[in-house]
Ligand binder design. Structure first.
Ligand SMILES: Cc1cc2nc3c(=O)[nH]c(=O)nc-3n(C[C@H](O)[C@H](O)[C@H](O)COP(=O)(O)O)c2cc1C
Ligand code: SF4
Length: 505
């Protein structure tokens, strides 16, 4: 009998380790031969710990399982959810990037290969640099870290740059509120990231890669370090990647945890041992990045998607999606929502489908008021705009952004003035301090919102003016995009900004 118990941080936070221990102890007492496999999460957080039992006829899911449920689980008396693939939340997904996550033991390289792993790298090794870069361009892949920049164009710039040393830097800082896709794939399928980075290295002529991973992710740090070691021992990394003439190796670096260190130039400074302050662009990191050398900086999901593009072909990947948003988006549904978790689907699903049909509405049972898409710099989108499809351009037209595809749901008890204040406060706390509109503007923003709350009639105009200055004058998107949550809250929920004022009048 095989029993799968996730080792993912979210599952562990909900008791997966205790469940695994009790299963082992109970099986020993009963003299049962049980193989416990610690897999990644299947992404349905409300069902964690989600345990799967395989008696030889396919995996049956149970969840959430508590230690007290274990005797019934082993007796076959616990009520089952059926195969994971038939649970509606899972059945509706298109899993390309996350195809293996939760299916295999994340550190089992043989299982990785049995499920399509390394096929992409083998194919890339047979291609030339220009062909590799073209394949990524043809897939339509755009950066999943926030800005949505075409990955193929970034790689082409680095590939064509002349330098003795080039680098691949993976941005695993994952600071956006409500996001966890980077952590989940690293904990559940780390070889996909390693394989993606190796393909990037071969494609652009880089021999060294760094993963900048936040210190708040101890499980991911541990798993990725072990995976890198296994990859080295098996010739997937090192002087001859899979016996090819290409050298590529990876080092995991742990960031201390500052939101701004997710911004690529600030990240590069931090990686070089300097203070995490944003650098002015140009020069682009693609030309003068880590240690002043040409560097690809890509998000975890961008890089972990590369193997499936090479395994199945660019056309297969590009076949999914909407407009200029090709392929799948790895939505992270969070906040006040009934069914939160990782949902991978082709671009184009509407917010209504995601929040109400897939997410099941709010956990509180109250009406949905808004959803913040794209992290702390994303707009609050009201229910009247829930027909908006999820795509880079489509959200941009609504004054929003898809960012790292985190969605945080709020019910009608949310006070949007407080949320706007929080956005400004967050910017003030996390600002790197390099430019004035952000460093001073965010502090003034908090004060101005407090004045609105106290009923100052002139403060709304002042706030609008301040937001224009921050948007147009900030050096990076931290100061430049903080106006999005603030102004969207003001625009769509004027009543939340008017109550105090009217009460004062
Ligand atoms: C304040 C700020 C924080 C950011 N945080 C992250 C992050 O945590 N992870 C990430 O991949 N990109 C983050 N970005 C975007 C990066 O600057 C960069 O665009 C990205 O790493 C490029 O990779 P991609 O093209 O694969 O998306 C952030 C940007 C800003 C302005
Ligand atoms: S906008 Fe803020 S975080 Fe970005 S460079 Fe300016 S001060 Fe630093």
């Amino acid at each position: 009998m095989k029993i799968y118990v996730p080792l993912d941080s979210a599952a562990r936070a909900l008791g997966a380790d205790q469940v695994a221990q009790v299963i082992a102890a109970e099986a020993r007492n009963r003299g049962l031969t049980v193989q416990i496999i610690r897999n990644g999460s299947r992404g349905m957080i409300w069902l964690e710990p989600l345990v799967e039992v395989d008696l030889g006829q396919g995996r049956q899911a149970y969840g959430p399982v508590s230690p007290a449920d274990v005797p019934a689980l082993l007796d076959g008396k616990l009520s089952s959810l059926g195969p994971v693939e038939e649970i509606p939340f899972f059945a509706r997904q298109t899993r390309l990037t996350f195809a293996r996550c939760g299916v295999i033991d994340p550190l089992d390289l043989t299982a990785y290969q049995a499920h399509g792993g390394l096929a992409g790298l083998h194919r890339a090794i047979g291609m030339g640099s220009a062909q590799i870069v073209q394949e990524v361009a043809d897939s339509g892949l755009r950066g999943r870290g926030g800005a949505g920049f075409p990955t193929g164009i970034k790689w082409k710039t680095v590939a064509e740059a002349q330098a003795a040393q080039k680098y691949i830097v993976c941005n695993a800082d994952e600071g956006d509120s409500g996001t966890f896709a980077d952590r989940m794939i690293i904990e559940g399928d780390p070889f996909s990231l390693i394989e993606g980075m190796a393909i990037a290295g071969i494609g652009v002529g880089a021999t060294r890669g760094y993963v900048y991973l936040r210190s708040e992710y101890p499980v991911a740090i541990d798993i990725l370090n072990r995976a890198v070691q296994i990859a080295r021992e098996n010739g997937l990394l090192g002087p001859q990647v899979l016996g090819s003439g290409h050298a590529f190796d990876i080092e995991v670096r742990v960031g201390a945890g500052a939101y701004v260190c997710g911004e690529e130039t600030s990240l590069l400074n931090s990686l070089e041992g300097k203070r995490g302050v944003v650098r002015a662009k140009p020069p682009l990191p693609a030309l003068e990045g880590f240690l002043g050398r040409p560097t690809v900086v890509n998000n975890v999901i961008s890089l972990a998607t590369v193997p499936v593009i090479f395994e199945k072909g660019a056309a297969h990947y590009a076949d999914f999606g909407l407009g200029r948003s090709r392929g799948t988006v790895t939505l992270q549904i969070a906040g006040n929502v009934r069914h939160g978790g990782l949902f991978e689907t082709a671009f184009g699903a509407t917010l209504d489908q995601v929040v109400n049909q897939i997410g099941g509405g709010t956990a509180s049972g109250r009406p949905v008021k808004a959803v913040q898409v794209g992290g702390p710099l994303g707009a609050y989108i009201p229910v009247e705009q829930f027909d908006t499809p999820l795509g880079y351009e489509e959200l941009d037209q609504k004054g929003g952004l898809i960012g790292h595809a985190g969605l945080v749901v709020f019910d009608d008890s949310a006070d949007m003035l407080r949320m706007a204040r929080f956005a400004m406060e967050f910017c003030a706390v996390e600002s790197c301090g390099k430019c004035t509109p952000c460093r001073i503007g965010a502090v003034r923003g908090v004060e101005t919102i407090d004045r609105i709350a106290q009923g100052d009639p002139g403060a709304i105009e002042l706030l609008t003016d301040l937001c224009d200055t921050m948007r147009d004058g900030s050096l990076c998107a931290l100061g430049g995009f903080t106006p999005y949550p603030v102004m969207s809250a003001l625009r769509h929920f004027p009543d939340d900004f008017a109550t105090q004022k009217e009460a004062a009048e």
